[in-house]
Design a protein around this ligand. Structure first.
Ligand code: ACK
Length: 222
């Protein structure tokens, strides 16, 4: 037996193919531009720290964008995170490493902290989803597996990327409690869909047409 141990990455996840990454960044801009121009949005700026009817440039508000667009499957922190080794040791993880997957984006959302894309994972993708991914951040609630699956598109200054998945669970928690959100208009073009408002500056557009992006399952070691 070898004494060498496999190195664990910062995280395992699905990494967007370059073309689809470029196009999703554009889609994100389009989303923020259209959302920021909605009358209903301009009237509800307090949560973003502005007086109502102020012109808020959301592209500037979300000052940070990730270098690599991806969906985190398992955050390992190079092995320091609980369950990292067990995760990496699974046959399905080894077998899936460097395989291609199509990700399905069903909604885009923005909060005062983060902007992100909500994903609907396939059965095959769920095999790579950790059992405790949702419980890890919201131990008191229960969610369907994969609820936290997202792509971070941007964060406000001082906000960490990990917040995006927490914000997404916050939306889903409200939906599970029967809150559909206030229907406050529609977006058009590549981000066409109904806009729902959930208080506290939480906006979500359910896309009329899902966006598909190609990705590769792999580890990030940077
Ligand atoms: O946007 P994300 O999913 O949120 O992608 C990044 C990636 O790992 C690299 O930082 C995510 N991340 C950071 N900390 C955690 C954590 N404790 N649990 C789950 N994901 C995390 C971050």
């Amino acid at each position: 037996p070898s004494l060498e141990k496999d190195l664990l990455p910062l995280y395992f996840g699905w990494f967007l193919a370059k073309r689809d990454e470029d196009s999703l960044r554009k889609t994100s801009h389009e989303f923020l531009e259209q959302l920021g121009n909605l009358k209903a949005f301009k009237k509800r700026l307090l949560a973003y720290g502005y007086e109502d009817k102020h012109k808020l440039d959301l592209l500037k508000h979300f000052a940070k964008t990730p270098n690599i667009l991806h969906c985190t499957a398992k955050f390992c922190d190079y092995g320091k995170a609980v369950g990292s080794e067990e995760y990496a040791r699974q046959e399905v993880v080894k077998k899936s490493y460097s395989k291609g997957y199509t990700l399905h984006i069903t909604a885009l959302f923005a909060t005062p902290r983060t902007v992100g894309a909500r994903l609907e994972l396939t059965e095959e993708q769920l095999l790579l989803w950790p059992l405790d991914a949702e419980r890890e951040v919201m131990p008191k609630d229960s969610f369907p597996r994969g609820s936290r699956a997202h792509i971070t598109l941007g964060t406000a200054a001082e906000v960490q990327d990990v917040q995006t998945g927490i914000d997404l669970l916050e939306f889903i928690k409200l939906q599970q409690a029967g809150r559909e959100g206030e229907s406050l208009g529609e977006l058009t073009g590549s981000v066409a869909g109904k806009v729902s408002y959930f208080d506290n500056g939480m906006w979500m557009v359910n896309l009329s047409r899902k966006i598909e992006v190609k990705s590769i399952f792999s580890g990030y070691y940077g």
